[in-house]
Design a protein around this ligand. Structure first.
Ligand code: ADP
Ligand code: MG
Length: 341
């Protein structure tokens, strides 16, 4: 009979990586979320070879101290959570302390960082986590750069699963657009093989936000977008709902809970129901942001946190339906078109 044994850390990390690191876009997601958690106001993403060759993310966030660099790459090492109770109030994207450990177990990872009160930057290098993390001095302004090279170099099955560069970049871009909507205050850019693909400037006001909305969701969406803003107790919802416009199989549909983009059947159902109650049949595009007491929602349902669980999902559902119905009925099709050049 096979003996039971504890897996060596590298193997454990590679297995965990299977859940978190599916493709280059998932690496970008984890790293950009770390940058946002670190308070960055600017995040630049450089990709080479569809992300399989290189992913480089640079931010101007608070940085990581030299003494903590190696720790940041350890599994279950996080600065965002100290007790189970903290999970009830969590507003950061991260808390599982798994991303850097997972990524560094399936790629060659370089972490360069400089916190504000450290005279110089330090760099940590880890390759498939086979060896000790190596530290050396580096040149870098305040903030962090993470380079992930040769993704899946040691997990050939995963590497073979990667699609064309174009497809992988498409996934990265799609993900970036989601962040761009949720965080209009952040300067974001994406380049591939040295060519700038996207640049989102910080949106300072409503007009700036609409421009960003148009960049992500298109002219047609913005031209028919009805603004939603509704609050009840500690629930609030804001965003835009598309009323009318060209029929399309690809209406933009984005739903965020406390700033986190999630897939949730509740929202689709609520939108459908609201449309039905108002005598409209077409399901359309929406960008909706729900704010809820973090104690009322469980974000720890899925390692990549694509899903959440509401403690009182009926209540949330009905609130969303109500908010949408009253916005639709008020009917002011606030055509946003006029204010966009
Ligand atoms: P988590 O985000 O769940 O805490 P990660 O493995 O993604 O786990 O990151 C581990 C830790 O490394 C974080 O808790 C944070 O302290 C630090 N860290 C990672 N990326 C950055 C960054 N870009 N800027 C500052 N600190 C970072
Ligand atoms: Mg993280």
């Amino acid at each position: 009979m096979a003996q039971i044994q504890v897996l060596p850390p590298q193997l454990a990390n590679q297995i965990a990586a299977g859940e978190v690191v599916e493709r280059p876009a998932s690496v970008v997601k984890e790293l950009v979320e770390n940058s946002l958690d670190a308070g960055a106001t600017r995040v630049d993403i450089e990709i080479q070879g569809g992300g399989a060759r290189l992913i480089r993310i640079r931010d101007n966030g608070k940085g990581i101290e030299k003494e903590q660099l190696a720790l940041a790459l350890e599994r279950h090492a996080t600065s965002k959570l100290a007790s189970l109770e903290d999970l009830d109030a969590i507003l950061s994207f991260g808390f599982r302390g798994e991303a850097l450990a997972s990524i560094s177990s399936v790629a060659r990872l370089t972490l360069i960082s400089r916190p504000k009160d450290q005279a110089q930057a330090w760099q940590a290098f880890a390759e498939g986590r086979q060896m000790e993390v190596q530290l050396q001095p580096a040149a870098h302004p305040v903030g962090t750069t993470i380079e992930v090279a040769d993704l899946f170099f040691n997990t050939p099955a995963r590497r073979r699963f990667l699609k064309s560069d174009k497809t992988e970049i498409g996934h990265i871009d799609e993900w970036l657009k989601r962040v761009a909507l949720a965080r209009p205050d952040i300067h974001l850019s994406l380049s591939h093989n040295g060519k700038l693909l996207r640049s989102f400037r910080p949106a300072k006001d409503e007009k700036g936000y609409r421009a960003r909305l148009q960049q992500v969701c298109g002219k047609d969406f913005v031209a028919h977008a009805l603004a939603i803003q509704c609050q009840h107790d500690d629930l609030s919802i804001s965003g835009h709902l598309q009323l009318g416009g060209e029929p399309s199989a690809h209406h933009p549909q984005y739903f965020y809970v406390n700033g986190r983009l999630v897939r949730d059947r509740l929202i689709n159902h609520a939108v459908k129901q609201a449309f039905a109650e108002c005598g409209r049949d077409a399901i359309a595009g929406y960008v909706l942001m729900l704010q809820i007491d973090p104690a009322q929602v469980d974000v720890n349902v899925h390692p990549a946190k694509h899903e959440v669980r509401f403690h009182q999902s009926r209540l949330v559902h009905d609130f969303v339906v109500q908010a949408l119905v009253s916005a639709i009925n008020q009917g002011q099709d606030l055509s946003l078109d006029d204010s966009i050049d």
